[in-house]
Write a protein that binds this ligand. Structure first.
Ligand code: TXA
Ligand code: MG
Length: 321
């Protein structure tokens, strides 16, 4: 019975992954590391377990979840596969890329996962701990990022514990997430469209697709609410493109600048992405009322970094938190 349990902290050993898999089998929630961010996992075929994800995140129930699989074969069984999916899976799976495809008739995945849409978001993560957990469990695992809805995504086990506490049954501690930004989401039901920038860049996608990917604008983004304006928000206000520091601000820098925390002194966007959420958590924890951020170049992974920063800086409303 998972309803009265308290939080178990588990290591990333095979034995502890097996324990975590049994928590999933009992309908419990397990936070686990992926190469992007920590996920809040539940048995995707168990309606009650999936409902507990929404409850523990405080997430609006219309915001659908990504389903995680150990390999391409397991994933494609639940959707109507396409040639573009085949090419992209070959190039980027396992890895930080999610596909949205029509849900296959007869898939046992809970309807709650896709929040009423006829599509399913699927991903094969590369992180060894995620792989061990998925294989030990042996079924699809629904997992949003393991944070309260609207707050900063977790890239360390401690972020999950701070944010969710015993709203989660177990946390697998696999250290810091190497990519540090959520997966890129592409819609593949029709011609490919970028729904959320992330760990795989537009240039990398274009190389495989043979053309630039269309980008869906915010206007009709309600089916991918990761695009809600004020997502990824710390408690502090966020001031972007700071070229000078104001008194009492927490200072987040990039490149050769004096600051409290530097995303990458050597201006490496991969390193900056890996640090982004952890440094936002750290600066938020200082109690500063504003976090100021120096400009981040707008190319490659910088596009996803700027996307998250822009959302963190957007005006807040209750709807998205
Ligand atoms: O890297 C990641 O993607 C992490 C790790 C844990 O896998 N997961 C993650 O999940 O970022 P979450 O729930 O924070 O973001 C999932 C995004 C949301 O913006 C959601 O709206 C979108 O995926 N999404 C899920 N299913 C969808 C669907 N059927 N159609 C369109 N968007 C969908
Ligand atoms: Mg999220």
């Amino acid at each position: 019975d998972m309803t009265s349990s308290s939080l178990q902290i588990l290591s990333d050993t095979e034995q502890d992954c097996a324990k975590a898999a049994s928590v999933l089998r009992d309908g419990g929630l397990v936070a686990f590391p992926t190469e992007t961010v920590y996920g809040l996992g539940a048995d995707a075929c168990n309606d009650t377990a999936v409902a507990r994800i929404f409850e523990s995140k405080g997430r609006p129930s219309f915001n659908p979840l990504i389903v995680h699989f150990p390999d391409v074969e397991a994933a494609r069984a639940h959707v109507d596969w396409t040639d573009a999916a085949e090419d992209l899976a070959h190039a980027f799976w396992p890895g930080p890329l999610t596909f949205v495809l029509p849900r296959r008739a007869g898939s046992p995945i809970s309807r709650l996962v896709s929040a009423g849409l006829n599509t399913l978001a699927i991903r094969v993560p590369a992180h060894p701990t995620a792989q061990t957990l998925l294989r030990a469990f042996g079924g699809p695992v629904a997992a949003p990022s393991a944070n309260r809805s609207g707050q900063i995504s977790p890239t360390k086990a401690a972020h999950v514990v701070d944010g969710l506490g015993d709203r989660v049954d177990a946390v697998l501690d696999g250290g810091a997430c190497p990519v540090g930004l959520e997966s890129t989401i592409v819609g593949l039901s029709d011609h490919p469209v970028l729904l959320r920038p992330g760990g795989v860049t537009e240039d990398q996608l274009a190389e495989v697709l043979g053309h630039h990917i269309a980008i869906r604008k915010n206007a009709d983004a309600i089916s991918s609410p990761g695009q809600l304006a004020s997502h990824y928000a710390p408690d502090a206000r966020v001031r972007l493109n700071a070229t000078e520091w104001l008194p009492n601000e927490a200072r987040l820098g990039f490149g050769d600048v004096e600051c409290d925390l530097n995303l990458s002194e050597k201006e490496d966007l991969v390193e900056a992405a890996a640090h982004l959420f952890d440094y936002m958590h750290q600066l938020d924890a200082t109690g500063a009322t504003t976090i100021a951020v120096t400009p981040i170049p707008h190319h490659g992974l910088g596009i996803a970094i700027n996307d998250r920063l822009t959302r963190a800086a957007a005006p807040r409303d209750d709807y998205s938190r």
